[in-house]
Design a binder for this molecule. Sequence first.
Ligand code: ATP
Length: 425
Amino acid sequence: GSFEVNLKKLLDENISPEGQELINVVGKWASQLGMRVFLVGGIVRDLLLGHKQKDLDIVVEGDALVLAQEVGKTLSAIKFIPHERFKTASIILKNGQKIDFSTSRVEFYQHPAALPEVEVSTIREDLYRRDFTINSMAIEITYGHIGELFDPFGGLLDLREGIIRVLHNLSFVEDPTRILRALRFLGRFNFKLEENTEKLLVDAIAGGFLNLVSSARILYELKLIFAEKDILKILKFLKHYGVFQEVFPKAFYEEDYLKRYFNYTVEYFRLLKEMKIPWLHGVMGVYAKNLEGIEEFIKKYPLTGEEEEVLRQGALGIKEALKLLSLSREVKGVEIFETLTKLPPEGYWALYLLLDRFRARERFKTYFEELRFIKPEITGEDLKALGLKPGPLYREILHKIKMLKIDGVLKNKDEEILYVKQNYF
Ligand code: ATP
């Protein structure tokens, strides 16, 4: 292309001083060992977009293990982790930073969706096995060549024009997870699919190629989608191309609901810290309009026991809470507490949006803002000081006091102590 890019400037501005020091050491060693070395993939794309950089992904034309070892020695790395079979190596620096080195390689696919066979090759061939042109650029960092862009497939032009384009016509057939990656990048960058790429994507979906991929790999991509900023936009693309139903079996796609659900607020980010498994918040949103469907999701994907537990408890907790919070009779704080305490935070927002009555939402808010934080003021220490023998009774007493506080019967520590004296002696 005829674009002027000042990569030196971009490297200076967007890579930390430690990162630049690292690049220098890597570049010098590579040059001494007669190798060429490059930054590749997402990092190049993000640098060209002017985004700040986190991890360095390094590809070597030559033996990555040898280079990684020398760099590790120079930087007094605390760990050197070689993978002979894949010709890759990682080093971990004193500050905990991990750097991955890989040997440029081609991958041969024996049949569609199989795991690739690996063979050493040039940087060009390494880039050719990648997903889209915008991810298939390299910046050389060999000493004397730092900042030279290697862009054999026109990635820079596509990046400028906002286009997702595959490198060849079999791309989606070779690796159908690229279908999901394409839609994720579309949503993230607000890009468009190049015409032929769109046709290939549509054909691959119609050909059922996503079904040939292991559910573990699909799940991996779904987690990445739920870690994105604009999840709704990506879900819209999934729906538009007919993969929503495939990856979320039995989920109802209701755009208005999803729009409100994934329209993140400050409260959401506060809540995020309380979630054990944040990406499940996304799953709860997708299934909120058909909670029964969650069992299909659990059946389809290889989830951990804990993930299954959160989803099941989430679905059940929402159903029970919907019933209780919508009652027209008076509902006590303790009832609200006992029902909602079973609902994991991953399901809070789904529940809240499902509540259509003002009163029900107010009830949820009392739980969310007050009830769940109520704790007895007295502790096990106090019970001991009163002369009670430590044992399971402690928990029972403290729970009872908590319930009475929620009900407003006990108001302060003195009343709590009095209550224990009157009832447990
Ligand atoms: P992100 O910003 O989401 O991390 P990334 O492009 O860095 O995006 P990674 O999943 O870390 O994504 O992958 C790093 C690089 O590896 C990509 O830029 C791409 O070149 C290549 N790559 C990853 N997955 C595939 C795939 N399924 N097929 C081909 N190339 C891939």
